[in-house]
Design a protein around this ligand. Structure first.
Ligand code: A2G
Length: 439
């Protein structure tokens, strides 16, 4: 879709610095309470409102405020509670963490009311929602950030720093994934009454083909490849296995044979970029295997890989070029660095954001600390009038895989064009040096 006349891009959007960031939380089931708790550890934040479909869940979160000796927040609940919250004039940021289907509708309501929004993943389930969020963010000139916590994990951050500084040469291929056997989790997702045997997440997977949860894998590698900061994702093809465990699970839970589970047990998406790079993204929440986000970067001069073992492979010259002193005579890129070479490399490229927040993050926690780093960094940017690390175009690029992949697979894995969500601006910013330079 064309940009409306007079509407401006939000690429690099910097808003006036906010001395204090006034926040309202919507969705306090599985992810929301932890976010409220984390925000009580961030200075310069006021938690104004708590909202959930269920009143008790909203009220329950007051305990985090009490524990931190903070004033109580106002409570909103019911089907339309969030609409009331979004209308409040004294809120700067709406933090959105309900089930997936409510992410975009609540965010749209908040943007229409002139609020900045931060949305849990996946922030938009359809292409249409992606475009609507872009249009609203641009129209109101407000931030619309995807809360992709995996971008703030230690290995990903240090490796991004290395990639940005050319340690791996040119990164030409990247892999990412969300491979997580969710069998211990299915029964914990919110159910819509007694007759709902599946819970919202399994129900969504049953009804939708495609990588419905692409952003833990895609987010960090898209950053390493400078997507819409010098390159853009151009074409994708997707392929899935049949559904075996998904269908069996529904059969077991409903006592009737499920023959129409849309989501394959394992989905693979391949993406080619404008600059001739390839990204491979996988999704599997159904089969028993170790947790894995892959995160692998193949560079012309080096290699990084996170799962199952974090490592870097660089030749002697490349390591010296990266500014790391090498003692070993026969160091080659054919095996992973170990010992003091590995430590020295990480030490030299430790991401400034980790230096600032790493220690505290380990205390506060949230997936080992990365959730806290993400939240604290976002608030820092708002307080200092900086662009956020992830904008609405990242959100759209990372989330569009679901619908576009399903389109590809429903057409025998045909290639599908990926829209340029920046509408022509994908090559205007170069890399992440600006966004991530001043933590
Ligand atoms: O399992 C993990 O915590 C996931 N996060 C999260 O996204 C969600 O799927 C959860 C199960 O509900 C990561 O893997 C980082």
């Amino acid at each position: 879709p064309q940009r409306a006349p007079g509407q401006k891009s939000v690429l690099g959007l910097a808003l006036p610095a906010m001395e204090s960031v006034r926040v309202g939380f919507v969705g306090l089931g599985m992810r929301g309470p932890g976010a409220v708790e984390r925000f009580t550890h961030i200075p310069g934040v006021e938690i104004k409102a708590l909202c959930d479909y269920e009143q008790t869940r909203a009220e329950d979160c007051q305990k985090y405020l009490e524990k931190a000796s903070l004033p109580k927040a106002d409570i909103y609940y019911g089907e339309n509670g969030y609409e009331e919250l979004c209308k409040r004039p004294d809120i700067d940021l709406v933090y959105i963490a309900p089930d997936w289907l409510h992410h975009a509708p609540i965010a749209k309501c908040a943007l229409r009311n002139g609020k900045n929004v931060a949305i849990e993943v996946p922030s938009a389930m359809t292409l249409n929602d992606c475009w609507e969020l872009i249009d609203l963010s641009e129209k109101h000139q407000k931030h619309c950030m995807i809360l992709e916590n995996c971008c703030y994990d230690w290995f990903e951050m240090n490796t991004l720093n290395m990639a940005q500084q050319g340690v791996f040469g040119e990164v030409i291929r990247a892999q990412g994934a969300y491979i997580h056997d969710l069998s211990p989790f299915w029964k914990h997702y919110w159910k819509n009454g007694e007759n709902d045997k599946l819970g919202w997440r399994l129900d969504y997977n049953m009804r939708h083909r495609g990588d419905v949860y692409p952003t833990h894998g895609l987010g960090p590698v898209a950053q390493a490849l400078n997507i819409h900061r010098g390159d853009r994702m151009k074409t994708l093809v997707a392929m899935d296995t049949k559904s075996v465990n998904g269908a069996a699970l529904v059969t077991e839970l409903t006592d009737s044979v499920c023959s129409n589970f849309r989501n394959g047990d394992h989905t693979t998406t391949l993406i080619r970029t404008e600059n001739g790079k390839v990204i491979e993204i996988q999704h599997n929440v159904m089969t028993p295997q170790p947790y894995n986000r892959l995160y692998q970067l193949t560079g012309t001069k080096g290699f990084a890989n996170k799962y199952p073992m974090e490592g870097y492979a660089l030749g002697k010259q490349q390591l010296a070029d990266a500014g790391v002193k090498v003692d070993i005579e026969d160091l080659s890129a054919h095996s992973f660095l170990s010992g003091k070479e590995k430590e020295a490399l990480i030490e030299k490229y430790r991401h400034p954001i980790l230096i600032k927040y790493g220690e505290m993050a380990k205390e506060v926690g949230g997936h080992g600390g990365m959730d806290f780093i993400m939240d604290a960094r976002m608030i820092y940017c708002l307080q200092n009038g900086l662009p956020l690390d992830m904008d609405v175009y990242d959100l759209a690029e990372w989330c569009c895989l679901a619908e576009l992949g399903s389109l590809s697979m429903d057409h025998n894995s045909a290639p599908v064009a990926i829209p340029d969500f920046t509408r022509g601006d994908w090559n205007k910013t170069k890399g992440y040096s600006h966004a991530f330079a001043s933590p």
